[in-house]
Design a protein around this ligand. Structure first.
Ligand SMILES: Nc1ncnc2c1ncn2[C@@H]1O[C@H](COP(=O)(O)OP(=O)(O)O)[C@@H](O)[C@H]1O
Ligand SMILES: [Mg+2]
Length: 340
């Protein structure tokens, strides 16, 4: 244990004074002599036990009486130091107990933090799922009450919007499944060397239909074959997320460049776009769950805000580094360093 820990010490000459002090303060450790002028140490121990005071008690006994030891253990004493003792003996007893207390405090702190993070995640998730459900419900009510008359065609925009919201919800559920798979650590990773360029090519072909709709050209630039130990499925999730962002947040007629290169001591995947860009302050939080940048340029673009957090979690399993550079209205570049 590297932590420096200091102690505040209170003394009591009798068992009665000890009980008075115990009623006023909480003590992590109590050094309790048995032979006392008034009530005995064991009686103080009984008191501590009856009041369920969670202190660690070290009994100090002048002669190691077996009977006393048994009784004290029953009453929950943590340790015994027989008299006469050396300062070193006392120190080592206190050191052990301090370690126990410290570890217990750390564990409970971590548990609380874990619960808090989980709670935050679930509240965000409920919020994200509630809004499409509310929207679709709203549209269905309007249609049911025929608020726009009895021509079905007059409801087409609402029906289209409902279908879009449902599609977005399905995408979010797929992202969540990816996320839970990664977090559970259950994904079996194959550890073969794969051709990064070839995987990129197949990911680009998946994104192509979306790019054509926005008249965006995607270029794949690589001349040497780069092999890297990566699970193919992991790499596909990463590239699909970054490439789809590069298309989604691009301008009509824009371009996307996917470059794969060998930079000597490491290889690099660089995906850059000519899109709407991201401001400096927004860039910092993008890799957190459910973060989406909301402004008039992004309102119509569907997404879960989970993509980049998934990318980050997967990359943490490899010897890699990810960097995002961006300038508003110019474009965004994502660089992944694949270290050797
Ligand atoms: N290439 C990009 N250009 C501009 N904004 C981007 C780009 N990539 C990501 N973003 C911003 O980061 C946010 C988070 O991205 P992501 O985690 O993939 O979630 P999603 O795409 O589902 O919203 C997006 O909502 C968007 O605002
Ligand atoms: Mg995305």
């Amino acid at each position: 244990m590297d932590e420096a820990i200091s102690f505040e010490v209170h003394e009591a000459e009798t068992g009665e004074t000890a009980i008075e002090l115990l009623n006023k303060n909480f003590y992590h450790i109590i050094l309790l002599d048995n032979k006392l002028p008034g009530i005995q140490g064991v009686e103080v121990l009984e008191y501590i036990n009856s009041k369920q005071i969670e202190s660690k008690v070290v009994m100090i006994t002048s002669y190691a009486s077996l009977e006393l030891a048994v009784k004290a253990t029953k009453e929950g004493a943590t340790d015994f130091v027989p008299k006469p003792f050396t300062p070193q003996e006392l120190r080592s007893s206190i050191e052990n107990i301090t370690k126990q207390i410290f570890l217990k405090q750390m564990t409970s702190k971590l548990q609380k933090e874990g619960k808090h993070i989980r709670f935050q995640f679930l509240s965000l998730l409920s919020h994200e799922l509630k809004s499409p459900v509310n929207a679709v419900e709203g549209y269905l009510k309007i249609i049911k009450e025929q608020q726009n008359g009895d021509k079905v065609t007059d409801y087409m925009p609402m029906i289209d919007r409902s279908l879009e919201r449902i599609q977005a919800m399905r995408d979010m559920i797929m992202d969540l499944l990816d996320l839970t798979k990664i977090e559970s650590g259950q994904t079996k990773r194959s550890s073969e060397k794969i051709d990064i360029g070839e995987v990129a090519k197949s990911c680009i072909s998946i994104i192509q239909p979306m790019a054509i709709q926005k008249d965006i050209n995607i270029y794949l630039n690589y001349n040497t074959k780069i092999l890297y130990q990566f699970d193919r499925n992991d790499l596909e999730i990463i590239l699909n997320n970054i490439l789809s962002n590069a298309v989604k947040y691009n301008v009509d007629g824009g371009r996307v460049d996917c470059t794969i290169r060998d930079s000597g001591s490491y290889s690099e995947i660089i995906i850059s776009d000519t899109g709407i860009g991201i401001s400096k302050e927004d860039q910092e939080k993008l890799f957190e769950e459910f973060v989406r940048i909301r402004n008039q340029k992004t309102t119509k673009i569907p997404g879960s805000g989970l993509g980049l957090s998934i990318v980050k979690k997967i990359l943490a399993n490899y010897n890699t580094e990810i960097k995002l550079e961006s300038e508003i209205n110019k474009g965004t570049t994502v660089k992944i360093k694949l270290k050797n």
